[in-house]
Ligand binder design. Structure first.
Ligand code: SF4
Length: 71
């Protein structure tokens, strides 16, 4: 599954990392990113293995500004 973070809209709340730290990282003072392991070319786009789809979907639901999308 592909996942994308619209980093311009991210408010750096940390909810995605708290919900699914296997996929998301929110460094202090920075927008959310995909962890390096699953990152594609840029830090806002990733490809997630099946075992982490549920966790990723929970993180999507946790984002208060709905800037994480999957496909
Ligand atoms: S949950 Fe959404 S707003 Fe919060 S850090 Fe993650 S992507 Fe940004």
């Amino acid at each position: 599954m592909n996942v994308k973070i619209d980093q311009d809209g991210c408010i750096e709340c940390g909810a995605c990392e708290q919900t699914c730290s296997e996929v998301f990282v929110v460094e202090s003072g920075q927008k959310a990113s995909i962890v390096e392991k699953y990152r594609k070319n840029t830090s806002d786009v990733g490809e997630i293995p099946d075992i982490l789809v549920s966790c990723t979907n929970d993180a999507v639901a946790s984002c208060p500004v709905q800037v994480i999308s999957t496909g």
